[in-house]
Each structure stands twice: as structure tokens, then as C-alpha cells.
Design a protein around this ligand. Structure first.
Ligand code: PGA
Length: 242
């Protein structure tokens, strides 16, 4: 595990973007595992800026996203499909046919999860997986549980996650989808490189628990301690307890 200390959110975003940019430059046809949430927004903004300056070319990149709300159509502004287009895909030259997310409108969970695992297998696995971390240690939508999940599966979101995400749904918990399809912990661990971005005081405790405490499915991110190429980029506040 490598920990990179950033001064603040902008510095964290730039450092993370440098690592992703290096991946794209070293292997133009790489598979990027991408994440949603508030934390990676600045990282995507920086990548778009470098793309605009002619520094980056996404034409051969394939993307696979971590997760998607079950039941939300792509066109919904809070679907992760919309989020990724708004923050990255609409602004760079990635091939639309090379963009992959779980299909939230396929209500046949078993079929959709199997399809998505097959997509990840077909593209040859993930070269670099970008992650945020939830306040409870979740990665993707792998919530605390008594066992690590393996491949893509359907999860019931924890009340705290629904509460944390209501800010994207007019502050109304009733509008937040209650289930999601998520890549499993095994798939995340199989990524050749894992890059986590984290910022803010509110995440300091979970960062300490995840990376300096026992490896346990009660803290899903803790399994990353076992990953041979895991990089954590955090701002001063998020890393203040370690
Ligand atoms: P956040 O979400 O970046 O919006 O804090 C992180 C996560 O839940 O993975």
C-alpha cells in the first residue's frame, strides 16, 4: 500500500489524475474502472482539462464503472451513466461503444450481474480501478457485511448510504433508489492497480480503520491492504489520523 499525501482537494485531484493519465499514456488501450460520488469529480475535471490541451487521448480506452442504481433509467440525471457522461465521457474522445456500466433498468438481477461479469472478463479485466470510500468503508456499493462479495451482485443499500446520497435527490430519501448493482470485492481486488481518492475530516476515521485496522468484511475497504498495487491519495484532513 502506498499513501500519497495531498495538501487539499485540488491537490488530491491533480495527483490522482496524474496517475490515471500515466496509465492511459503507458497503455492507450487500457481498461479503466471508474467511480462516481463527490470525491472523483475534481479528478475527472483535471483529466478533461489535459484532454482539451491535447495531452491525453482516450480513443482506445475501455471503461467499466463500479456500480449503478437498480431501477434508474440511464437518462435520469442521477443515474451513474448520466454522472459519468456529465463529468467525463461527454468531454473526451472515448468511444461510446467502449463505455460499460451495469444496466439499472434490467430488473432481472441475476441476468444483469452475469452479463456485467462477462463484460469485465471479455475486456480482459481492469488495469486501473479508481475508488472512493464510503463513511462505513464501502467500496462501490459493497457494504459492510459478514462476508466479502465476489462478482457483480445486487445490494440493498444501507440506510446510512441512502441518507448520504439523498443530497443528489432533492434531499428526499424516498427518491433515492434502495438497491444497486455493484462490482464485487473480488473483481475490484483483481484490478491490476487500485487508486483510491479520499478527502475531508469526515473520512479520517474510516481511513484509519480501513488501512490500519484488521482486514474484515465489516470494513469492506480493508481488503485493499492485501492488494499488491494499491495507492491511496488523500488530503491532509482525510489522512490526519494516520
Ligand atoms: P463520496 O462517495 O465520494 O461522494 O464521498 C464515496 C463513496 O461512497 O464511495
Amino acid at each position: 500500500m502506498r499513501i500519497i499525501r495531498a495538501k487539499d482537494y485540488d491537490d488530491m485531484s491533480r495527483k490522482a489524475a496524474h496517475i490515471i493519465a500515466a496509465q492511459v499514456i503507458l497503455k492507450p488501450d487500457c481498461v479503466l474502472g471508474l467511480a462516481t460520488g463527490g470525491t472523483p469529480v475534481g479528478t475527472y475535471k483535471q483529466l478533461v482539462e489535459w484532454y482539451d490541451q491535447g495531452e491525453l487521448d482516450f480513443s482506445e480506452v475501455t471503461s467499466v464503472n463500479l456500480d449503478e442504481y437498480r431501477g434508474l433509467p440511464r437518462e435520469h440525471p442521477e443515474s451513474y451513466w448520466s454522472f459519468m457522461h456529465r463529468n467525463l465521457f461527454d468531454h473526451v474522445n472515448i468511444d461510446p461503444a467502449a463505455i460499460n456500466l451495469p444496466d439499472g433498468t434490467n430488473m432481472d438481477a441475476a441476468a444483469e450481474c452475469a452479463r456485467y461479469d462477462e463484460v469485465i472478463r471479455r475486456v480482459g479485466g481492469v488495469d486501473l480501478q479508481l475508488l472512493g470510500i464510503g463513511h462505513d468503508g464501502h467500496i462501490g456499493f459493497n457494504e459492510p457485511s459478514d462476508a466479502f462479495d465476489l462478482g457483480t451482485h445486487c445490494v440493498d443499500l444501507k440506510p446510512e448510504t441512502i441518507e448520504a446520497n439523498k443530497r443528489f435527490f432533492d434531499g428526499n430519501v424516498d427518491l433515492v433508489p434502495k438497491q444497486a448493482y455493484t462490482m464485487g470485492t473480488r473483481t475490484i481486488l483483481q484490478a491490476r492497480k487500485v487508486l483510491m481518492v479520499v478527502n475531508g475530516k469526515a473520512k479520517a476515521e474510516i481511513v484509519k480503520k480501513s488501512f490500519f485496522g484488521p482486514v474484515t468484511p465489516e470494513v469492506p475497504a480493508s481488503i485493499l491492504q492485501m492488494h499488491p498495487d494499491f495507492v491511496l491519495v488523500g488530503d491532509e484532513e482525510a489522512l490526519s489520523l494516520i
